[in-house]
Design a protein around this ligand. Structure first.
Ligand SMILES: CC(C)(COP(=O)(O)OP(=O)(O)OC[C@H]1O[C@@H](n2cnc3c(N)ncnc32)[C@H](O)[C@@H]1OP(=O)(O)O)[C@@H](O)C(=O)NCCC(=O)NCCS
Length: 330
């Protein structure tokens, strides 16, 4: 087999959102907040919450089934499952393995990517590398989160922001004329403490004291994160476009991480792109970490926001810190 790199396309997408809707009005009954505060500061109106017996792998498996159906690819053809998540069903085994079992794709490779909100963008580039190098023919990238399981429902600073959901993409070799053109991935561990779950890991193993002091909940320094988000996403977009040999004006649709409307508007301003070219669904789902960009990609594709041959751009930022962008010719 010739050792030349192959181009890689997204041949199908899918998503799954749990049925239960938690509105801002519901949150007003839970913590000291208002619909006006939440919508004006974030743009979020409601979010989905998984059922008690619905795990991250259940959300992910359903998104994968829908993506495979959309791609018209049977699960027996998949060579690798990558799952981006910060809310795995368990510390181990990896959630990708649990999804592998649920979709019926035995013995194939699977592993998790812990890059928080940038996880799907990282996954697209990792999957692309496996196909480009001819190690795999078909890769499924799934981003699934049950953030409701790590949110402190008494903390108004964080509980209004997050939701549950999953999205997936099927990657395969494509003709050279379209596919994933370039990515930019970055990180900065010096700011890891700004957004984290401090307890339950090797540094602070679970104990009665860690549970009583709420160390197993998500902790966030919102203002600091906000500043880094803007800078890193702009940097990721610029670098990815440069690598793809594209300009921002060549992009039909920008699919950003869905954390906060003000962050997306700020990015639009910095990039000098009208808001109409951004796909936004955060008012319905809130921030679903890695799943946000994955669900937004699936919904924007199904809504016909771009057509074959259009250039689209995904961009995200999150805990780690991590950030990234993919440029894709659809
Ligand atoms: C979290 C975020 C919405 C807060 O918005 P902000 O304008 O920075 O608000 P502040 O943190 O300055 O808080 C302002 C006030 O609102 C209060 N407040 C916080 N949450 C509130 C809520 N849900 N309802 C009402 N008041 C609230 C704060 O206590 C603070 O009160 P104080 O001034 O009396 O201390 C914003 O910082 C943000 O979006 N950050 C980025 C978060 C993010 O994207 N995280 C995920 C990264 S992937």
């Amino acid at each position: 087999m010739p050792n030349t790199l192959r181009s890689v396309s997204i041949v199908g997408t899918g998503s799954y959102l749990p049925k239960k809707v938690l509105t801002n009005a519901d949150l007003v009954r839970m913590v000291d907040t208002t619909d006006e505060w939440i919508t004006s500061r974030t743009g979020i109106r409601e979010r989905r919450i998984a059922a008690t017996d619905e795990c991250t792998s259940d959300l992910g498996a359903e998104a994968v089934r829908r993506a495979l159906e959309n791609a018209d690819v049977p699960s027996s053809k998949v060579d690798l499952i990558l799952c981006a998540t910060i809310t795995p069903d368990m510390h181990f085994p990896c959630t990708a393995a649990l999804i592998q079992h649920k979709i019926g794709a035995p013995h194939i490779a699977c592993f998790d990517i812990e890059a928080a909100c940038s996880g799907f963008i990282y996954g697209i580039e990792i999957g692309r590398q496996f196909i480009m190098s001819r190690t795999c023919n078909t890769v499924v990238v799934v981003a699934a989160e049950k953030l409701s399981s790590i949110v402190d429902w008494k903390d108004r600073n964080t509980c209004v922001l997050f939701g549950d959901g999953a999205g997936a993409a099927v990657l395969q070799h494509s003709s050279a004329s379209h596919g994933i053109m370039a990515s930019s991935l970055g990180g900065d561990g010096a700011h890891g403490e700004l957004l984290c779950v401090p307890g339950g890991g090797a540094r602070l193993p679970a104990s009665v004291a860690t549970v009583n002091s709420g160390q197993h909940y998500l902790k966030m320094m919102g203002k600091e994160i906000y500043k880094h988000a803007m800078k890193s996403m702009q940097q990721a977009v610029t670098e990815a476009l440069q690598r793809a040999g594209m300009k921002i004006d060549d992009i039909t649709c920008i699919i950003p991480h869905q954390a906060n409307m003000r962050i997306i508007e700020g990015l639009a301003e910095r990039l000098e792109v009208p808001m109409e070219r951004f796909y936004v669904n955060l008012h319905r789902y809130g921030n679903m970490s890695a799943a946000s960009a994955a669900v937004a990609l699936d919904e924007s594709a199904r809504e016909g926001r771009f057509k074959r041959g259009d250039i689209i751009l995904t961009v995200a930022f999150g805990a780690g810190l991590t950030w990234g962008a993919n440029v894709v010719k659809w």
